[in-house]
Design a binder for this molecule. Structure first.
Ligand SMILES: Nc1ncnc2c1ncn2[C@@H]1O[C@H](COP(=O)(O)OP(=O)(O)OP(=O)(O)O)[C@@H](O)[C@H]1O
Ligand SMILES: [Mg+2]
Length: 374
């Protein structure tokens, strides 16, 4: 038998403890013999609960996973699934994962069991969603911008004609009420079109160091004022250690204002909005040729009416709105701003309980050479 030196054994243990993959080993009978920390984190099952248990008991009902394991054990071949595996877990939503299972052999070539390696795909899935959203937005944006041009001209004709009509009417005429409404509504449509053209127009961001705490603090002050008299409590939980990050202050202000406004509008009678910032320890954005950088996560959480699961992806589509006076361009704009900052926009919501918008932005500071091409 191959003797493993002590320090090698220690190294193997450290690798297993620190690797960003769940590693689960089984003996030939399918009992669990090794369950690393990532396996505990992904499955919500502790090492103590797992060791010695038959794998099929612990993962009862997870057909695809059991199929992979039994194939590896019975047929002695490696097998993997990188597509649609959802790992079911107690008390937490299922985790999208890819799994590969390989048989283990002794030095003498006797089958000894199998090892499962599970990769957490939730970040990958989030990125894919964001990319799909951004694609949809750019197609719609181009179409809508063309349409907006066509609408703006007749609209100013209508406004001009209405103003002339109003001049023909005496000050006391009851018909003035109608011309006023016409002018006001035309201006509203015009405002929406301006906003839409803004969304579609390629305007390069103006980069400068941005103090996030100040931006968020100012927005909250402003929103408190705007919602004075309503029972909305704003709570700020800002990490003071976050340095200024490289961004476009106007755009970032618009982004967070849109999200915080939406949160306030989702609260019907009374409620709470919590805005927090933190450095995400586990998540880096890597661009080819660049060093990984830490991400800052800004969360805006409300306990308002929430969003139904079937509408969750629609809310980013331009013009999707459930509000009488909404344009439906707020979140499309947010998505665009986040993409321009190489960030990620995520939403989680439960109908009747509330909504969480999480913006992740790379913590790029303004050192020269760090941002080629920008
Ligand atoms: N925090 C939230 N809670 C519940 N629903 C939300 C929340 N944020 C957005 N929504 C839903 O998503 C829709 C689209 O939001 P978006 O900001 O794009 O447009 P809007 O708020 O309707 O209009 P505008 O932003 O132009 O005022 C909203 O109409 C609402 O139904
Ligand atoms: Mg909005």
């Amino acid at each position: 038998m191959n003797k493993i030196a002590d320090h090698d054994a220690q190294l193997y243990v450290r690798v297993l403890e620190n690797i960003d993959r769940a590693v689960i080993a089984l003996n030939h009978e399918g009992q669990i013999t090794l369950y690393n920390p990532a396996a505990q984190a992904y499955t919500g099952i502790s090492e103590k609960q797992a060791i010695g248990k038959p794998f099929q008991d612990l993962f009862l009902g997870q057909k695809n996973l059991l199929y992979l394991v039994s194939t590896a054990l019975e047929e002695g071949r490696s097998i993997s699934d990188h597509e649609d595996l959802m790992l079911k877990r107690p008390n937490t939503p299922p985790l999208p994962v890819s799994v590969s299972v390989s048989p283990i052999y002794t030095d003498a070539g006797k089958p000894e069991g199998a090892v499962l390696i599970i990769r957490n795909l939730s970040r990958v899935r989030d990125l894919e969603k964001a990319v799909r959203r951004a694609d949809r937005l750019s197609i719609l944006g181009t179409l809508a911008a063309g349409l907006a041009h066509e609408i703006k001209n007749p609209l100013s004709g209508i406004k001009g004609a209405t103003q002339l009509l109003a001049m023909e009417l005496s000050e006391q005429s009851p018909l003035r009420e109608y011309t006023d409404v016409m002018i006001r509504e035309v201006e509203r449509v015009n405002g929406i079109i301006e906003e839409l053209m803004d969304l579609a127009r390629p305007r390069p961001p103006q980069w400068s160091p941005v103090n996030l705490s100040k931006v968020l603090g100012d927005i909250v002050l402003f929103q408190k004022e705007a919602h004075r008299g309503e029972k909305i409590e704003f709570q700020l939980e800002l990490d003071p250690s976050i340095p200024p990050l490289r961004g476009d202050e106007n755009l970032l202000t618009r982004l967070f204002l849109n999200l915080i406004k939406n949160a306030a509008e989702a609260i019907e009678k009374q409620g709470q909005i919590t805005i927090s910032t933190k450095v995400a320890q586990d998540y880096h954005l890597t661009k080819p040729g660049n060093r990984p950088v830490p991400m800052i996560v800004i969360e805006i959480r409300d306990n308002g009416k929430g969003i139904a699961p079937e509408t969750l992806e629609q809310i980013f589509t331009p013009f999707y709105t459930t509000k009488n006076k909404g344009s439906g361009l707020g979140l499309a704009t947010c998505q665009k701003i986040v993409s321009e900052h190489d960030g990620l926009l995520k939403v989680e919501s439960t109908l009747g309980e509330g909504t969480l918008f999480a913006v992740s932005l790379p913590l790029l500071t303004d050192k020269p050479g760090l941002f080629p091409g920008k």
